[in-house]
Design a protein around this ligand. Structure first.
Ligand SMILES: NC(=O)c1ccc[n+]([C@@H]2O[C@H](COP(=O)([O-])OP(=O)(O)OC[C@H]3O[C@@H](n4cnc5c(N)ncnc54)[C@H](O)[C@@H]3O)[C@@H](O)[C@H]2O)c1
Length: 371
């Protein structure tokens, strides 16, 4: 395995990116990480407080679409790998405001690809293809949503045709396609991973799991889209990080790898597990700043709200390729992961309160209209 000297991680102040930066600093202490993040509403430097002083870590505030900035960063740090997490990531927001999803997720990715290509090229072969220096890689972090939706049966494999249904997933599918094209046309060493829904520490509370935990603690309504029977395949964020690490170091150029946690659950089941386990945790432990009476946490908090437009019914990931070819497997069961995750949010109330302040509250009130 080749260790990378310096990796550009984009979107490293977001949920998965911040977990990944820490994972890499811990597991690859010889690698320097430069985190480029625009700090949109979803980026939060508080996620990275504990590594601020790490000498192998640099934070740069900036936009992946900024051509001059990205070129200057390549010149200054001489990256030998890029892991691109930076994106607009919330489906609901993409329905309200598609344009920024297209510019960030597609054109931002293209700008990173262009700069990687220009910086790593050392010559041209007889046929006119670029030749790159050894041990370089561009890794694109994608989603199972690019495959569209499943019926009751079947799973997404890497061969499943792309059929994205939301502006978000269409922008991610486009980024996959442009990454693939740079591999095919310019032979740029590119890998892509497509993963299922992530959960774990530091997730922005507009997403299902932290949203519900936060609301349970405040005894607020738990808004469930439609009948709540939409099925997702849940992956603990630490398993996602180890999957990306595996592909980054052992994957083959030009290949796509699915990363899934083998945890299919309906949204309503998730809400029930959160009610049950938050109540249990609060019965057994006390936390500074939390005075919610566990007896008040009941199923009655659940309310059904209008379903999301074009809501995909079911996602399920077949992860045979990464498990059999690269030896990766998930380490969390959902039942253990959700207990640990609830406990993290209870212990990190300040983090949740800070993130929920600002314009989040207004956005949230507007988003969930009762049926
Ligand atoms: N969360 C999931 O369940 C999930 C599942 C599959 C794939 N993904 C993909 O993983 C990646 C990370 O997801 P996440 O949930 O951590 O997202 P997130 O919204 O929590 O974080 C995105 C980060 O990107 C930054 N960013 C946005 N626009 C930028 C720009 N123009 N330039 C630089 N930085 C910018 C934001 O400030 C933020 O820190 C995304 O590409 C997403 O599509 C997420």
């Amino acid at each position: 395995m080749n260790e990378y000297k310096t990796i550009l991680v984009t979107g490293g102040a977001g949920f998965i990116g911040s977990n990944f930066v820490k994972y890499m600093l811990e597991n690859h202490p010889q690698t320097k990480i430069v985190n480029l993040d625009l700090l949109t509403y979803a980026g939060n430097l508080e996620n990275l407080n504990d590594i601020e002083e790490n000498e192998n870590y640099v934070f740069v505030k900036g936009d992946i679409r900024d051509k001059e900035l990205v070129k200057n960063l390549f010149d200054e740090y001489d990256f030998d790998a890029v892991v691109n997490f930076a994106a607009e990531s919330h489906v609901d927001r993409s329905i309200e405001e598609p344009e920024i999803f297209l510019t960030t997720n597609i054109l931002g990715t293209q700008n990173l690809l262009d700069n990687a290509k220009a910086h790593w090229q050392i010559g041209t072969d007889n046929e006119g293809y670029p030749i790159y220096r050894d041990n370089v890689r561009f890794h694109q972090v994608s989603t199972d949503e690019v495959y569209g939706a499943l019926g009751k049966e079947g799973m997404f494999t890497e061969e499943t045709p792309l059929s994205p249904n939301s502006p978000y997933s269409a922008s991610k599918a486009s980024a996959d396609m442009i990454s693939r094209a740079y591999n095919n046309t310019f032979k740029l060493p590119v890998t892509i991973t497509r993963c299922s829904n992530n959960y774990g520490p530091y997730q922005f509370p507009e997403k299902l799991i932290p949203l519900m935990i936060g609301n349970v603690l405040e005894l607020k309504d738990l808004p469930i889209y439609g009948d709540g029977m939409q099925i997702r395949d849940w992956l603990h964020v630490k398993d996602h990080c180890s999957g990306i690490d595996t592909v980054l170091h052992h994957g083959k150029d030009g290949e796509v790898y699915n990363i899934g946690g083998n945890n299919e659950k309906a949204n309503i089941e998730i809400v029930d597990l959160i009610i049950e386990n938050t109540k249990k945790d609060l019965e057994e432990n006390t936390y500074e700043g939390i005075d919610t009476n566990p007896d008040d946490i009941t199923e009655d908090l659940k309310i059904h709200v209008k379903d999301r437009l074009g809501h995909d019914k079911r996602y399920a990931i077949d992860n045979t390729k990464i498990t059999s070819e690269l030896g990766w497997s998930p380490s969390y069961t959902f039942e253990d992961g959700i207990v640990e995750t609830i406990n993290w949010y209870l212990e990190n109330q300040d983090w949740l309160d800070n993130v929920r302040s600002g314009d989040y509250q207004a956005y949230y009130e507007n988003m969930y209209s009762k049926k």
